[in-house]
Design a protein around this ligand. Structure first.
Ligand SMILES: *Cc1c(COP(=O)(O)O)cnc(C)c1O
Length: 428
């Protein structure tokens, strides 16, 4: 490849961040299953601890296998740097720990993964961080919640579980006017379908557990620094813009410029809170990402076929898949994810709660479980499982009413997927 040529997405998915192992020539990234790394001498050790030299000290903070994954994710999302974590929730924890102080607020879309609603409403409250809810379908509802304590806006690109597509550019405009970063959870879309950095996101978070890993075999997460937010100019983020006492007075935003957020999240939040990714899991995610483009193409093709079939079924009241022309999110999907609207969507059963329970108990090829983004087709009835802890009002706001069934359409033959739903619906 000549020097000016920029590699395409599919090439980056296979090569970004990786090179043959310098010690052994191994072509595939090795699993560096080690806790710690030998220092050259005491001077080297001191430089590492002072952040004057970048290098490995201890695998809670960085690991060479995880570093390949991080560089690949940053490349795929078009960010300046990334940080891999033990889970998606771990990444969210590090993001907010870096941005928030006790008494600070952030605004989140109501249309979120159920676990994020719990994390924001209950666990974060114990840190003195207050979430204010807004409606991802109405960008102005975010503006209405802005106060001088607001420190961030959080949305999902394609929202779980409802087949909702957020207008990232419109919400980014509100964030910019409020002077706070926009955080986008891009788990359901993956950077293959949606690239939030191109639409005004400042920080991206992922549960790698889902489509990026893609095989339902490991839990992990990541944050990506888009390098777009000016922390020094803002002055509202002391972790980034004020001298760090635990690093001899280094000011993160001054020293690390447009990747300061990722560094601060690593050397302060990850160092102290500890949700480090295991090297083995980093390896499985690197491997999964190599086939991300092919998998997402098939996921989207199968999901559209299943959604069309369901829409024509007489026991199905409605189908909410942004890839269908009937969806009110179809125009936003055409804009933000023209290659496909993902593989997770919901539909409603004429028979309500009872029918939902019966359906998940009648499927054979589909697995009834609380995950998405597997090669296997997955089904869940949110009201009786993932969204059980929420109030009726929260459930309705999250798109998880009693009649709602969520599918994560897998990579099996689409005729087999449809045949399984056909026999299960016939049993209602
Ligand atoms: C699963 C999920 C999370 C949480 O990720 P974990 O890896 O389970 O901690 C966050 N956001 C979305 C959209 C998810 O689907």
């Amino acid at each position: 490849m000549s020097e000016e040529r920029q590699p395409g997405f599919d090439t980056l998915a296979i090569h970004a961040g990786a090179r043959p192992d310098p010690a052994t020539g191994a072509r595939v990234t090795p699993i560096y299953q080690t806790t710690s790394y030998v220092f050259d001498d005491t001077e080297h050790a001191a430089a590492l601890f002072n952040l004057e030299t970048f290098g490995n000290i201890y695998s809670r903070i960085m690991n060479p296998t995880a570093a390949v994954l991080e560089e690949r994710l940053a490349a795929l999302e078009g960010g300046t740097a990334a940080l891999a974590t033990a889970s998606g929730h771990g990444a969210q924890n590090l993001v907010f720990h870096t941005l928030m102080e006790p008494g600070a607020e952030f605004i989140a879309a109501r249309q979120l993964y159920g676990g994020s609603i719990n994390q924001f409403a209950y666990s974060f409250a114990k840190c003195g961080w207050t979430v204010k809810w807004a409606d991802t379908e109405d960008p102005e509802s975010f503006r209405a919640q802005v106060t001088d304590k607001t420190r961030a806006i959080f949305i999902e690109s394609i929202a779980n579980p409802g087949g909702v597509v957020s207008d990232i550019e419109a919400i980014s405009k509100v964030a910019k006017e409020a002077g706070v970063p926009l955080i986008v959870d891009n788990t359901l879309a993956t950077p293959y379908l949606v690239r939030p950095a191109e639409h005004g996101a400042d920080i991206i978070v992922h549960s790698l557990t889902k489509f990026l890993g893609g095989h339902g075999n490991s839990v992990g997460g990541a944050l990506i620094d888009c390098g777009t937010f000016d922390w020094m100019a803002s002055g509202r983020y002391p972790t980034l813009s004020e001298p760090s006492e635990s690093y001899h007075g280094i000011t993160m935003a001054e020293t690390f410029g447009n990747f300061a957020f990722a560094i601060a999240a690593r050397v302060l939040a990850l160092r102290d809170l500890g949700p480090a990714i295991a090297p083995m899991n980093a390896f499985l995610f690197i491997t999964g990402i190599e086939t991300l483009p092919l998998r997402m193409q098939r996921h989207c093709e199968n999901a559209l076929a299943v959604a069309q079939w369901l829409e024509a079924h007489d026991k199905v009241a409605w189908v909410n898949y942004a890839g269908l022309p009937s969806s009110r999110f179809h125009d936003l999907a055409q804009k933000y994810c023209p290659k496909g609207a993902g593989a997770v969507f919901t539909f409603g059963l004429e028979g309500g709660y009872e029918a939902g329970v019966k359906l998940v108990e009648s499927v054979e090829l589909f697995s009834h479980l609380a995950n998405i983004g597997d090669t296997r087709s997955l089904i869940i009835h949110p009201a009786s499982t993932t969204h059980r802890q929420l109030s009726d009002e929260q459930r309705a706001a999250a798109g998880a009413r009693e009649d709602v069934v969520r599918l994560s359409v897998g990579l099996e033959d689409k005729d087999d997927i449809i045949a399984d739903l056909d026999q299960a619906l016939a049993s209602l």
